[in-house]
Ligand binder design. Structure first.
Ligand SMILES: [Mg+2]
Length: 269
C-alpha cells in the first residue's frame, strides 16, 4: 500500500458530530492536522447539499462530500480540475415518489409519516434540530426521510416491496430514508475510481461510521472505524475494524488517531 494518498470518508451524525448536540469541537485540531498532512476529509452523509456546504464551512474543510446516503458526489473538481463539480447517482425525488405511490398499497403508505409533510414542530422534534436548520435539512433532491408507524412485520413487508421496485430504505440513526438504490459505499467507490482514473494514483481509504447505513462503506475501505453510539455493535468487515470506546466527537478522534498510528507502524516496518 502506498500511504501517500489517504482519503478519509466520514459519516457525520453520531460519528464526527455528537448525536444530541452536533458538537465536533474535540475533533477540530485533528481535522486541521489531517488536512495539513494532505489527508482529505470527505463527509459521506445522509444530509443534504445545503447542510453539507454549511458543515464543511464550519469544519473549515473543502466542499468535497457525498450527500443523501450516496445519491450525489460534490466537489471532485477540487481534487482534479478535469472532474465534474457534481455527479448524480440517483434518480430524482419525483420519480422515487411516483414509484412509491404506484407500488406500495395505501394501508402501508399511510403508516409512513413523510417528514416534509409534517408540521414544523414535529420536524423539529423528530430531527432534533433547531428551527432555523429545518429548511436545509428538508431541502432534499433524492430522498424522503420518514417515520414508520406500523409494526415490525409491516416494516419488513414495506422494505421488501421497496426493494422489489428498485428503491431502498436506509436507517441513519433518527429516521428512515426512502431513496434510490444507492449507498454510501457505492458512492465512495465511484468517487475513488473517477479520481484514480484522472490522477493515476492509488488511494488508501479510511472510513468512519456509527450506524447501519455506514456498514457498506466500512466494508469497502482499507481501515474501517466504528464510533460507539448506544449499545456496542460488534461488526465484521472485510478489513479489521477499529472500535471507539467513546461517543462522537471523542470517539472519532480516538479511531482516527488509532488508524493513523497503525498506518505509521505499517509504513515503518
Ligand atoms: Mg451516523
Amino acid at each position: 500500500m502506498n500511504f501517500d494518498n489517504i482519503l478519509l470518508f466520514t459519516d457525520l451524525d453520531g460519528s464526527l458530530l455528537n448525536k444530541k448536540t452536533f458538537d465536533f469541537n474535540a475533533a477540530s485540531y485533528l481535522i486541521k492536522d489531517c488536512i495539513s498532512k494532505g489527508i482529505n476529509i470527505i463527509p459521506n452523509s445522509s444530509k443534504t447539499d445545503l447542510e453539507l456546504n454549511e458543515i464543511c464551512e464550519d469544519l473549515d474543510i473543502p466542499k468535497i462530500y457525498i450527500s443523501e446516503n450516496g445519491s450525489c458526489i460534490k466537489g471532485l473538481n477540487f481534487l482534479s480540475n478535469s472532474l465534474n463539480k457534481e455527479i448524480i447517482l440517483s434518480r430524482s425525488k419525483e420519480i422515487i415518489l411516483k414509484n412509491f405511490i404506484e407500488n406500495v398499497d395505501m394501508n402501508l403508505r399511510q403508516k409512513c409519516l413523510i417528514l416534509e409533510n409534517e408540521p414544523l414542530q414535529n420536524q423539529i422534534e423528530i430531527l432534533g434540530l433547531p428551527k432555523d436548520k429545518i429548511p436545509k435539512a428538508l431541502n432534499r433532491k433524492f430522498s424522503f426521510p420518514f417515520i414508520f408507524e406500523g409494526n415490525e412485520d409491516q416494516e419488513v413487508q414495506l422494505k421488501t416491496i421497496i426493494k422489489k421496485n428498485g428503491l431502498k430504505i436506509q436507517f441513519g440513526g433518527r429516521v428512515l430514508n426512502l431513496g434510490d438504490e444507492v449507498s454510501k459505499g457505492n458512492a465512495m467507490k465511484k468517487f475513488v475510481s473517477l479520481l484514480s482514473k484522472q490522477t493515476k494514483k492509488n488511494y488508501v481509504l479510511i472510513c468512519v461510521g456509527d450506524n447501519e447505513n455506514d456498514f457498506d462503506m466500512l466494508d469497502k475501505c482499507d481501515f474501517p472505524c466504528l464510533v460507539k453510539n448506544g449499545p456496542i455493535k460488534k461488526m465484521n468487515f472485510k478489513n479489521q475494524c477499529i472500535f471507539s470506546t467513546q461517543e462522537a466527537p471523542y470517539g472519532w478522534v480516538e479511531v482516527v488517531n488509532e488508524t493513523l498510528n497503525k498506518i505509521e507502524e505499517i509504513k515503518n516496518k
